[in-house]
Design a protein around this ligand. Structure first.
Ligand code: KG4
Ligand code: ZN
Length: 338
């Protein structure tokens, strides 16, 4: 069942073609293309919604063509069309969602509106048939979620951020340090040469029993430290390493605690921040020490991509679900409604 999926929730236009009957072959991914707009938004300090949506409209059609060529497949061979329906920027979501609906209408094939966060959450399993129950830690630019995943489509929210998302904290600290956008990779690079104990930043809510997170106090603590230092640029590596250490200690401690409390023997890590090798290595080591299995999404499917949307759409199809062509986008779409 080859299907085509489009992701356009923010500043990446992405198209993937996935065929679960070919999962021995490149994880079933016949094509996964990303056209990034980072160069366009970089000098503007962040994503400008109108520019993002206009560029999605320019890039989507050639990217779909290129994906079909790469997959060596005709449009008429596709059995379903999927797109991210939310959460994300409304004007960006609308481009990919409408395009996929148009393709589904023309081909008279099912349409699937996919939750972006479900895409991230399932991305560690791309290409696999079985998704066992586990604790999912999803850390992206907009979300920090701890979820008990019973099976695809059956999720319980255990905790989330009460203010900034983990990735957002990386981006805001990077801006304070005058590093380029997006901040996460820049901070990771600098942190490699820094001492994570050079500065003691707060580990908010670490001792609380609940599984919510808060990163805005950490942001303020970094700001005060910067104001106190005579030459902050001389301490960039130590600042980045110490900031990262504070974020990761809370994420890892709470993920392990949540898995144990809910008697789950497996933790997964996904979302843009999971590209960070220090986080992956530290969470992997913590899981090993606790006798828990660990799986992170492959780095190429950690930041926004359409492969994860295609895989999530496939899970929906397998469960017998499709979406109506009247389904609207929802910029605030929730994965779990409590
Ligand atoms: O999942 P994603 O591509 O987009 C959202 O759905 O938000 O995540 C993007 C976020 C950004 O905040 C970016 O700074 C962060 O992921 N990120 C990283 C790294 N690479 C990307 N954070 C820390 N370390 C990285 N290497
Ligand atoms: Zn994302």
């Amino acid at each position: 069942m080859p299907l085509l999926a489009i992701e356009s929730s923010c500043d990446e236009t992405a198209v993937a073609i996935y065929d679960n009957s070919r999962s021995n072959d490149k994880n079933g991914l016949l094509a996964s293309l990303i056209s990034s707009q980072i160069e366009i938004h970089k000098d503007l300090g962040g994503v400008v919604p109108e520019l993002a949506s206009r560029n999605h409209t320019l890039r989507i059609q050639p990217l779909v063509r290129e994906a079909l060529q790469k997959a060596e497949i005709q449009l008429s061979d596709l059995e379903a069309f999927a797109a991210t329906g939310g959460p994300g920027l409304a004007s960006s979501l609308a481009v990919g969602h409408s395009f996929a609906k148009g393709l589904a209408l023309a081909a008279d094939k099912p349409f699937l509106s996919v939750n972006h966060m479900e895409g991230h959450l399932l991305s560690p399993f791309i290409g696999e048939e079985d998704i066992p129950p586990h604790l999912s830690l999803v850390v992206s630019g907009g979300h920090t979620l701890l979820i008990h995943t019973k099976k695809p489509g059956d999720y319980s929210l255990l905790g989330e951020t009460v203010d900034d998302a983990a990735g957002e904290a990386f981006d805001k600290i990077a801006r304070m340090l005058e590093l380029p956008y997006p901040g996460g990779p820049e901070i990771e690079k600098l942190a490699k040469d820094g001492n994570p104990e050079a500065f003691t930043f707060p580990r908010s809510l670490l001792q609380e029993e609940h599984f919510n997170f808060s990163f805005s106090g950490l942001k303020t603590a970094v700001l005060y430290t910067l104001q106190r230092l005579a030459q902050p640029r001389d301490h960039l590596a130590d600042l980045c390493a110490s900031f990262q250490a504070a974020v990761f200690e809370v994420l890892i401690t709470k993920a392990i605690r949540a898995a144990k409390m809910h008697q789950l023997d497996r933790i997964t890590l996904s979302g843009g921040v999971s590209c960070n090798a220090t986080l992956r290595n530290q969470l992997s080591a913590a899981c090993q020490a606790e006798g828990l299995a660990f799986r992170a999404s492959p780095p190429q499917y950690s930041t926004d991509n359409a492969a994860m949307i295609a895989y999530a759409a496939q899970q929906r199809l397998l469960a017998g679900e499709t979406s109506s062509l009247t389904t609207d986008i929802d910029p605030n779409l929730k994965l779990v409604t409590v």
